[in-house]
Design a protein around this ligand. Structure first.
Ligand SMILES: Cc1ncc(COP(=O)(O)O)c(C=O)c1O
Length: 460
């Protein structure tokens, strides 16, 4: 089928493979009537699953009351004010002030601009640089894509990475970053020593913030070793560098706590980005937070210019904010955060049983986000060429009625709606296990499982 639609994040030569026409609970249905477990909550976003009547009614009511209401030039409406208050209460950002947008990407662009705004406001124009990690995903607008550490999101797009002062440091990915027989702690010490050297060579006074996803999502669900965040906290504190927690995936319960930075023991954020599960994806909405004193500095700056010259038409769209408020109410009222924590323990324990499978390199995750990394050679950790192994499992899982995602080339990601039950987790595990076994049998028959070069390709 040819199309005049340019598809996002898709191989433009392989479009239109699965038409989704409906959904209920954790399931979606395709145009042939086949049902699938949405094992990735759409794009890590449908925390409350599909067909939630309360959210649909909330949106309809808000639209009927005022189909559009904005926040420019002194106009305001209750849903935005109340949602900002609710987020102020929930977010572990000191005296948080909140700005609304429409997506995780535009939220990150907003914060890049606010870092610059603050630098000017406080008479330290040099303090604009931002350290971002390899293998990170922060979105695809111009500044957000510059923060993102994935080649496919950067190549050929002419991004102003240097002009924005974006620096790159290691991902805390022990499985892929370990050198020789280095222990987890030695790995952490090495990558943080490199970070400190970079801070010193750039000049600590030029660096404003360090951005991180507490658990990296889109590039393979990377969970940092335990000692990473405590040591990172000390390092950032030593040089007065802000911690910017990108909670677009990890926010609102996904990791078993309201925010992923809490689960991971990450530094208390000075800046935070949220989106996705904020409305359970029933309406586009992002909310970024800055510390109260950063907001105060902005007030002064704005006084000189006469206006805070940043805002989207849909910043604080009344329907989006009403849906966001209702979503947060449901999460708390129905014990969704607790369900994510409890079901998360089961999901992790069940997936961990695949660690011995001959095609599984590593199983990792926290709460209801996880990845199973498939490898052609368990000893050398060699990946299948062209992501073939993970794509094979993906296809068999889909045939079995389970939708997953291949992230980072070889990691099958799990991120089911947070309303999931134990029985539904068992179903995921059965469908996935069968897909893994079928893929292994096929790849073995095709000679693509590499059992012969274990020693020579061990990490140097
Ligand atoms: C951590 C993180 N930040 C930002 C984004 C970008 O969000 P959006 O796709 O809503 O622009 C994403 C999207 O997956 C994300 O995972």
């Amino acid at each position: 089928m040819t199309s005049h639609l340019i598809y996002p994040s898709t191989n433009l030569n392989a479009i239109e493979q699965l038409e989704i026409v409906g959904g209920e609970g954790i399931y979606v249905v395709d145009s042939n009537g086949k049902q699938y477990i949405e094992g990735l909550s759409g794009l890590w976003c449908t925390g409350l699953g599909y067909g939630n009547e309360e959210l649909v009614e909330t949106a309809a009511r808000a639209m009927k009351q005022a189909s559009f209401s904005h926040l420019f030039a002194g106009k305001f409406h209750r849903p935005a004010v109340e949602l900002a208050e609710k987020l102020h209460e929930l977010m572990p950002v000191n005296n948080a002030s909140v700005f609304f947008g429409n997506s995780g990407s535009d939220g990150n662009d907003t914060l890049v601009k606010l870092i610059n705004y603050y630098a000017d406001a406080t008479g330290q124009p040099q303090r604009r640089k931002i350290i971002a990690r390899e293998r990170s995903y922060h979105g695809i607008t111009v500044a957000a894509a510059s923060l993102t550490g994935l080649p496919a999101n950067q190549k050929h797009f002419g991004l102003p990475v240097d002009a924005l002062g974006i620096l790159r440091t290691h991902a805390p990915h022990y499985y892929r970053g370990q050198q020789g027989s280095e222990s987890e702690d030695q790995f952490v010490d090495r990558i943080l020593a490199d970070l400190e050297a970079q801070i010193l060579s750039e000049g600590p006074e030029t660096i404003a913030a360090f951005i991180a996803e507490p658990i990296t999502g889109a590039s393979g669900v990377i969970v940092a070793p335990e000692s990473y965040y405590p040591k990172l906290t000390a390092l950032l504190k030593k040089y007065g560098i802000w911690f910017w927690s990108d909670e677009v995936i990890t926010g609102f319960g996904r990791t078993g706590n309201v925010f992923g930075c809490t689960t991971m023991g990450a530094p208390e954020p000075d800046l935070m980005t949220t989106a996705k599960q904020l409305t359970s994806a029933y309406f586009p909405l992002s909310a970024v937070a800055v510390r109260g004193d950063i907001h105060a500095a902005m007030l002064e700056q704005c006084g000189q210019v006469g206006i805070f010259g940043h805002g989207y038409t849909y910043s604080g769209h009344s329907t989006a904010c009403a849906v966001g408020l209702k979503t947060l109410e449901i999460y708390q009222r129905d014990g969704i955060y607790q369900n994510a924590a409890e079901r998360g323990v089961k999901l992790q324990a069940e997936l961990a049983k695949f660690a011995d499978h001959p095609m599984v390199g590593e199983v990792r995750g926290k709460g209801l986000i996880a990845a199973v990394e498939v490898v052609a050679n368990k000893e050398t950790r060699a990946e299948f060429a062209g992501g073939d192994g993970a794509n094979r499992v993906l296809k068999h899982a889909q045939d079995n009625g389970l939708l997953l995602r291949n992230t980072g080339g070889s990691a099958l990601a799990f991120c089911p709606p947070m309303i999931i039950t134990d029985e539904q987790i068992d179903d995921i595990i059965d469908k996935f296990g069968d897909a893994l076994d079928k893929s292994f049998a096929e790849l073995t028959a095709e000679g693509l499982i590499d059992r012969d070069h274990a020693q020579e390709a061990l990490p140097a």
